[in-house]
Design a protein around this ligand. Structure first.
Ligand SMILES: Nc1ncnc2c1ncn2[C@@H]1O[C@H](COP(=O)(O)OP(=O)(O)OP(=O)(O)O)[C@@H](O)[C@H]1O
Ligand SMILES: [Mg+2]
Length: 389
């Protein structure tokens, strides 16, 4: 059994407060098996407290209770969202000079104090945060060199370890880092040795196309680095500028919002994300967010982005008191010769088929009449999209 304290940065607050105690149990082979969580009473009494996990850890009626993840999930998904995925795990294994897989709590411990969203994981109720020093754009060349070593499974040379030491590990498979630029934070997405085309350039172009189509996209930049390497920057939407500096915003993936086990994710649909918006968003946001979600689905169809899994959609906690759809991220066309393409999530009555007529069958689930969907959304998105026929 391993115990950790879950801290949270409440809206507008620079310092995190302890929210509760997480207990992780392992099986006979010492592998992570299950988790339980109990909120602290002091936290529950706060007027500004919010749910650590909006699905598995609602605060109402939680006093004095030990809670478990919904739907037989091994871990609380919102806490899992604050841990690294494939890439960040490799960074941590490389930093610690230990071959993976490591125990789950080690990845949670080492994701850094500037990890995704507003949660932090610490050994004790009174533990200080880990020191976090974000590299700047000037240091990107070193970060790229270190990332190449990590991808190749080689130890990062001592002179480069410094650059990956203090930074947070975000989710996702691709090589990346977080950098600070003029008091703001950007996710820097690197090329990968397995790329068949210039992914950072294409990702940036696709995101800018989405912006032209009227979708909500964070600021992006493209940097040309030595040796023909390209890096794409996308501003973090889980950080908020305030006069006192950046504060953190709670964020969860759509996987968390739907309470879904990752293996079951391909059986889920865009309509279910729309239903989650109806349940969780403040009334003032529901219509706009469902419309945005429908438009993103159509956009993914038109650009053939088949990597639209449930970790590539997210919600962030809004000051108005609810969960709103995050801006768009991780949208890259998947090259294919086939005329019959599928998305990852179910689109409409024709299943995953990446066809606009399929998308239109589900318009009602997004609160849209079919005619509305055609005139407002399909026609808005399509003119900005490339001819992919
Ligand atoms: N602009 C952003 N602001 C805040 N968090 C972000 C942003 N972009 C990405 N993230 C977070 O980082 C994670 C990884 O980013 P992203 O999905 O772009 O990486 P990836 O490696 O291409 O992912 P995948 O494994 O899906 O291909 C996301 O799941 C999300 O939690
Ligand atoms: Mg992703």
């Amino acid at each position: 059994m391993t115990t950790r304290f879950v801290f949270i940065h409440l809206p507008g607050k620079r310092e995190a407060v302890p929210a509760g105690k997480l207990v992780m149990a392992t099986d006979a082979r010492d592998e992570f098996a299950s988790a339980s969580f109990a909120y602290g009473n002091i936290y529950l009494d706060r007027h500004d407290a919010l749910d650590v996990d909006p699905v598995s850890l609602p605060r109402n009626d939680a006093a004095g209770k030990t809670l478990r993840p919904v739907n037989g999930l091994p871990m609380f998904s919102a806490i899992r969202d604050a841990a690294p995925d494939a890439w960040g795990r490799r960074v941590i294994e490389n930093r610690l000079r230990r071959p993976g897989p490591l125990p789950e709590w080690m990845y949670l411990d080492h994701a850094g104090s500037d990890r995704a969203g507003a949660l932090d994981i610490r050994p004790d109720r009174d533990s200080a945060p880990l020191a976090s020093t974000l590299p700047s754009a000037i240091e990107l060349t070193y970060l790229l060199d270190a990332a190449e070593r990590i991808e190749a499974g080689e130890p990062v040379p001592a002179k480069l370890t410094h650059y990956f030491q203090g930074g947070p590990t975000m989710g996702g498979m691709r090589p990346k880092a977080v950098i600070a630029v003029d008091g703001r934070q950007f996710v820097a997405k690197f090329p990968s040795r397995t790329d068949r085309f210039n992914v950072p350039t294409v990702e940036r172009a696709t995101l800018e196309l989405a912006r032209e189509a009227g979708l909500h996209v964070p600021e992006t930049r493209l940097l040309q680095m030595p040796q023909g390497r390209t890096v794409m920057l996308i501003e973090r939407f889980d950080r908020v500028a305030s006069p006192a500096g950046l504060t953190r915003r709670h964020m969860v993936s759509a996987l968390t919002m739907l309470g879904v086990v990752e293996m079951d994710s391909p059986n889920r649909s865009y309509a279910e994300i729309a239903h989650a918006i109806s349940r969780q968003a403040p009334g003032t946001h529901v219509e706009a967010d469902r419309t945005e979600m429908f438009s993103r689905m159509v956009f993914n169809i038109l650009v053939s982005n088949s990597d639209d899994h449930l970790r590539n959609h997210a919600f962030r906690y809004d000051e108005s008191g609810g969960w709103v759809l995050s801006p768009l991220y991780d949208v890259v066309p998947t090259p294919s010769h086939s005329h019959e393409r599928n998305l990852y999530l179910i689109v409409g009555d024709m299943g995953r088929a990446a066809r606009v007529d399929n998308g239109l069958t589900s318009a009602g689930q997004f609160g849209l009449r079919r005619a509305e969907a055609v005139t407002v959304h399909v026609q808005r998105v399509r003119p900005a999209s490339p001819d992919i026929s």
